[in-house]
Design a protein around this ligand. Structure first.
Ligand code: ADP
Length: 318
């Protein structure tokens, strides 16, 4: 086993392999949301790249990680745009599958002048990514340092990827988002589980308020077989719990402008830092910094900083 792990490390081609979702956000700004049956004229429209899997892959790639994406798009214009976006970000698209007669994942979003919104998520091809397709990409998982997944694809598909990773000594990170219960099998296959407050509550039934709640929820996940748990608590930063640590990592004090995608910035930058062989506490401090920068800008992928921008902020803090 040790020999196999050394062998797989020397063959490492990717820092981070994401087995996850991609979406196209269709964002309409309207002064007033339509009532049932009503047609209204909107003010503006914006098309954006999203999906938790894609966001986390883009974050890690912006920082300079070698990133691959195992995902599925539909046989449509949005699928082509998603592949182009990955290419633009330097993400390997060799394992982006295309599902015939299916739409890509899309999220029509309507926002009114007060900021109230209505969102519909259509997973489309994301739910057609099969365990067999992931198994077909096994060599890519084996040649990655870290594999990252979220809950916008089927659980059996994530499990297929994590099983390959565990056998090869690739570190598995699960971001259990959006919130839904998961099996103990998936918890046990995850080296690191990173929920936010809501997700932790859905997974454990424990309300996460402050350190005590965080500790109780983490204990439940550790008891179910998770090896390490990081809880992200927005402006309160992050907590790490495992057999050695019970530590709080405060967030940076910033003026938030738009916190959408903060969790994705945190996970993508943490995966990058761990692939650079930073210790977990160091990687969490780095992820807090990158996620804080992202909340000071509008948009999701648009708010993710490059390595250069992170360095500039870091030196301004010294
Ligand atoms: P999610 O976006 O999944 O709800 P969180 O809100 O917990 O995730 O945020 C993830 C991380 O982003 C936090 O752990 C923190 O590092 C950073 N963050 C989020 N909101 C803020 C904020 N207002 N100020 C500074 N950092 C923030």
């Amino acid at each position: 086993m040790a020999e196999r792990q050394i062998e797989s490390r020397t063959l490492t081609k990717f820092d981070v392999m994401v087995v996850g979702s991609n979406m196209i956000d269709l964002l309409s700004h309207i002064s007033q949301l339509p009532k049932m049956g009503e047609t209204v004229i909107g003010d503006s429209f914006h098309l954006g790249h999203g999906g938790k899997g894609a966001n986390q892959a883009v974050m890690a790639a912006r920082l300079g990680a070698r990133v691959g994406m195992i995902t599925k798009v539909g046989d449509d214009v949005f699928g082509k745009m998603t592949i182009e976006n990955f290419t633009k970000e330097g993400i390997s698209t060799d394992t982006v599958f295309i599902q015939k007669d299916q739409s890509s994942g899309v999220a029509p979003i309507f926002v009114d002048k007060n900021g109230s919104n209505m969102i519909v998520i259509i997973p489309g091809a994301n739910l057609d990514l099969t365990p067999q397709e992931v198994q077909g990409a096994a060599e890519r998982i084996r040649s990655s340092k870290i594999i990252v997944s979220q809950l916008e694809i089927n659980e059996e598909t994530i499990i297929a990827g994590f099983q390959i990773a565990k056998e090869a000594g690739t570190t598995t990170i699960l971001n259990p988002a959006p919130a839904r219960p998961i099996s103990d099998e998936l918890i046990k296959l995850s080296d690191l589980i990173i929920p936010n407050e809501t997700e932790a509550e859905v997974l454990t039934g424990i309300k996460v308020e402050g350190r005590k709640g965080a500790q109780q929820a983490a204990d439940k996940l550790l008891g179910a077989g998770a090896k390490q748990v990081i809880l992200t608590l927005g402006a309160d930063g992050a907590y790490l719990f495992d057999s050695e640590h019970q530590a709080h990592f405060p967030a940076l004090s910033v003026e938030p402008v738009d916190t959408t995608g903060a969790g994705d910035a945190f996970i993508g930058s943490l995966a990058y830092a761990l692939a650079q062989d930073q210790s977990l506490p160091e990687a969490i401090r780095f992820a807090n910094l990158v996620a804080a920068i992202s909340v000071t800008k509008i948009g999701t992928q648009a708010s993710f900083p490059t390595a250069k921008e992170v360095d500039q902020v870091k030196s301004s803090l010294l």
